[in-house]
Design a protein around this ligand. Structure first.
Ligand SMILES: C[S@@+](CC[C@H](N)C(=O)[O-])C[C@H]1O[C@@H](n2cnc3c(N)ncnc32)[C@H](O)[C@@H]1O
Length: 369
């Protein structure tokens, strides 16, 4: 059980969270105002805040913030000690909002996974994962991705020498699998249309071994600035930034070997890591985002070379944003064929309980020659 000071801090954080603010943003602001807090204390407060949102439907909304935070931590501890203590029916009724059942299957093992604390994944630079695991100590490898390491230690990774010198990125395993699904080849030209802070741009560039180029677009220029800083730290140079607001006016007339649309989405696949979003995301968000996703795919697919691959990824599992978007796009574009991923079908659903990471949907097409 967290100590009283941790619970008090956590209670203060939840009292500051408003409808349009994410829990992790509230935590960041809180830590900026309480600079004396050391990393172990911050970790404890964050865990208590996330436990609060994970168990929100179990606790009395009329109790004081302290009591609510304390109750949530007790429930989290009880669950860790004996996961079967929470019945599948209770999980189905309380771990997620009721509307989710209209958008996806809710298997019991998925709901149980949502109540666990999330794993932390690193992506080592190509062929350096063994050395990195040795130097960081608490790392576990996975067969699913060659450079992925699950970090089980407690040190502040951002302060490590290995991070400062670009030996690794913090990147969820599901996101790493998007890079492997795209499978760019050295010398190709790719376009990461929704590059954000560059998690996948850097991975594509790494997979291309500094040969060829990745164009990185986003409508958020601040995120693209972060991308540039990350690329500099990782000493990645085979990319270029081309802001794009998602409109019909494309940033370039270049034809690409590959295009990645890592589209804005409801983020349902991240609800284990970001439990607050379970209670702020709405069916309207899902509907509007699905329309945006299809529009983005429609706008960029003309920029593929004959034989070029289009990869669509979203960290969500709702039908509207996954199969429905892929079906509508396939129907509207007979000039593209669905393209196998990982030597299998053209669509992959990554479930959190199967990979111990975010949920993700990936689909791919290839432009006919
Ligand atoms: C899922 S995030 C991208 C994450 C990023 N690819 C990564 O791996 O770190 C989606 C991105 O799409 C951007 N975005 C949202 N709406 C957009 C639009 N209409 N056109 C272009 N980018 C958009 C957001 O700014 C956000 O950075």
């Amino acid at each position: 059980m967290p100590d009283q000071a941790t619970l008090n801090h956590a209670a203060q954080v939840i009292a500051t969270i408003s409808a349009d603010q994410r829990a992790d943003t509230a935590l960041r602001f809180y830590f900026e105002r309480h600079r004396y807090l050391q990393p172990p204390a911050k970790r404890g407060i964050s865990r208590a805040v996330f436990a609060y949102f994970r168990w929100l439907s179990w606790i009395d909304p009329k109790a004081s913030p302290q009591k609510r935070v304390e109750h949530a931590s007790t429930l989290q501890e009880r669950f860790v000690a004996d996961e079967k203590s929470v019945k599948p029916e209770a999980l189905a009724a309380r771990a997620v909002p009721p509307w989710l059942a209209t958008e996806m299957e809710l298997p019991a093992d998925y709901l149980r996974q949502l109540q666990r604390e999330p794993a932390l994944w690193l992506r080592a630079r190509p062929n350096r994962s063994f050395a990195l695991a040795k130097s960081l100590f608490a790392c576990e490898r996975t067969e699913r991705a060659p450079d992925a390491l699950r970090f089980t230690g407690t040190q502040d990774l951002f302060k490590t020498e290995q991070f400062k010198t670009g030996e690794f990125e913090i990147q969820d395993l599901a996101s790493q699998l998007v890079g492997h699904a795209a499978a760019p080849v050295p010398g190709e030209t790719w376009w990461d249309t929704c590059a954000g802070e560059g998690g996948k741009t850097l991975h594509l560039a790494d997979l291309m071994a500094n040969k060829g180029v990745v164009w990185a677009s986003d409508r958020n220029l601040r995120r693209l600035d972060t991308l540039k800083r990350r690329a500099a730290r990782a000493q990645i140079f085979n990319y270029r930034v081309a802001p794009w607001d998602g409109s019909d006016k494309l940033p370039t007339k270049t034809k690409f070997d590959g295009i990645l649309v890592d589209a804005p989405c409801s983020g349902v696949g991240t609800w284990q890591r970001n439990p607050h979003a379970r209670w702020t995301t709405t069916p309207t968000d899902v509907r509007e985002l699905a329309a945006t996703q299809l529009a983005l795919l429609n706008r960029v697919c003309g920029s593929l070379k004959p034989g070029g691959r289009l990869v669509y990824s979203v960290c969500t599992l709702t039908r509207s944003e996954t199969t429905a978007v892929a079906d509508a796009f396939t129907t509207a574009h007979p000039e593209l064929d669905p393209h196998p991923l990982f030597g299998d079908g053209p669509r992959v659903v990554l479930w959190p309980q199967e990979i111990n990471a975010n949920g993700m949907f990936i689909a791919a097409w290839i432009r006919k020659k």
